[in-house]
Write a protein that binds this ligand. Structure first.
Ligand SMILES: [Mg+2]
Length: 427
């Protein structure tokens, strides 16, 4: 955030990881990982002879702007977004390099793949930074957030020859501030119980959404620190920055940030649904249809190498009123029986009686279980079902869809008006 100079030095040092020791990271599942001087570091990795020189990546034309400067160049006052001509004047000895986005994209993919070895919940903000939610990884990998942060830093350096900084906190806001304050090549852990002492001395400009103009307006009213803003009665804050922003800033200043890490998944859900020729009351018929739809949905997930955590059913009644009900699993699945079991629960426990004209099954919160593979799930019964599913998939691929069916699907299927294929939603 570039304002760490305004902070009491001891505050940052108190939370910094040092010699393999860091503050209490209980209840701090959010990591913000930010590569240090990313473009410049990538160029130096390609050309090690630049290692001890000031390096500036940016437009080299007359109106070029600095995209990235290594820390040595920064000691001369060179900064991102500065005109390249000004950077040249400040540091004539620097090596100026035009940006090579193909290189940065390739390095970025490698680094993001490391993050995804620890959790599928990776939300990239740009080529060189991402939020990670590691709460599931705590269970699977038996590592705390601080340990994961250190492992990521070690792997990024070993595999890519570049450093990154990691902020560990209970919210996205705190994690992002923390990574900014420990740059370069550091890790900062803000314990859950110390969010307010951490935030209070920060300048109001550190709050997310406070641009230059808002900051000036706040400072004009004598509000310099987060503490001063946090203590201001909300009605007065509303008069200064308007209703919407007042609520937002008041929450952040008091340590509240409800935003979750939203992983980048091209496919958000996969499902299948059926419209019946005639309406059905009979729960046994509906359950059999749920099995058919679960089988189709799970097969589609497996075919794409995806698993999902949330199973939902959709039920449209004869009068066209429609409900959806969903339930979330502790771990993502692509197993027919698991999806079917949840779908039946949702039908039996949360669906009112009545004639049904359409029923559907959908799996959401998908991830591609890239590096976090089978060996990390300890659920043996589930593994048995997965092997059965895989055998069925193989037989189906070889002999066609009729070859293998769960026993309860061998009876007569209800008449269907139309058959919707599994489809992907991009909403
Ligand atoms: Mg960066």
């Amino acid at each position: 955030m570039g304002r760490s100079g305004d902070l009491p030095r001891g505050l940052v040092d108190r939370y910094r990881a040092r010699d393999g020791v860091w503050p209490d990271d209980t209840g701090c599942p959010i990591l913000h990982v930010d590569m240090d001087a990313f473009y410049a570091s990538a160029e130096i990795r390609e050309r090690p002879e630049l290692k001890d020189l000031p390096v500036v990546v940016g437009g080299t034309g007359n109106r070029g702007v600095v995209s990235s400067a290594n820390y040595l160049a920064r000691t001369f006052g060179v900064r991102s977004a500065m005109p390249t001509n000004r950077a040249r004047a400040l540091c004539p000895k620097a090596v100026f390099i035009p940006p090579d986005f193909a290189l940065y994209t390739a390095v970025s993919a490698g680094v993001m793949a490391i993050f995804r070895d620890f959790t599928p919940l990776v939300e990239p903000l740009s080529l060189d930074e991402a939020f990670l939610d590691v709460r599931g990884a705590l269970r699977r990998l038996r590592m705390t957030p601080g340990r994961i942060g250190q492992e990521i830093r070690a792997r990024v350096e070993a595999e890519h020859g570049m450093t990154c900084s990691v902020g560990v906190g209970s919210t996205k806001f705190v994690a992002k501030l923390a990574s900014g304050l420990c740059k370069p090549d550091g890790m900062l852990v803000v314990p859950r119980t110390e969010v307010l002492p951490f935030l209070r001395p920060l300048p109001v400009g550190a709050l997310w959404g406070v641009g230059k103009r808002t900051e000036e307006r706040l400072v004009d009213r004598g509000l310099h620190t987060v503490a001063e803003l946090a203590e201001l009665p909300l009605p007065r804050l509303r008069r200064i920055v308007g209703n919407a922003q007042a609520e937002h800033l008041h929450s952040l200043a008091n340590g509240h940030d409800p935003r979750t890490v939203v992983p980048e998944t091209p496919e958000k859900s996969i499902g299948a649904e059926e419209t019946f020729e005639t309406d059905h009351h009979d729960r046994a018929v509906l359950r059999r249809e749920l099995l058919r739809l679960s089988e189709r949905t799970a097969g589609s997930l497996r075919g794409r190498g995806l698993r999902g955590r949330t199973v939902s059913i959709k039920v449209r009644f004869a009068d066209f009123s429609t409900i959806t009900r969903s339930r979330t699993l502790p771990l993502p699945t692509d197993v027919t029986q698991e999806i079917y079991r949840l779908a039946c629960q949702l039908l039996d426990e949360q669906t009112p009686p009545g004639p049904v004209r359409l029923i559907g099954v959908r799996v959401e919160q998908l991830d591609d279980h890239g590096g976090a593979g089978d060996q990390l799930t300890f659920d043996e019964p589930e593994r048995g079902w997965r092997e059965a599913d895989q055998a069925a998939d193989a037989a189906r691929a070889k002999f066609g869809g009729a070859a293998i069916k769960p026993a309860s699907l061998l009876g007569a299927a209800p008449q269907r008006a139309d058959v919707t294929r599994p489809r992907m939603a991009r909403d």
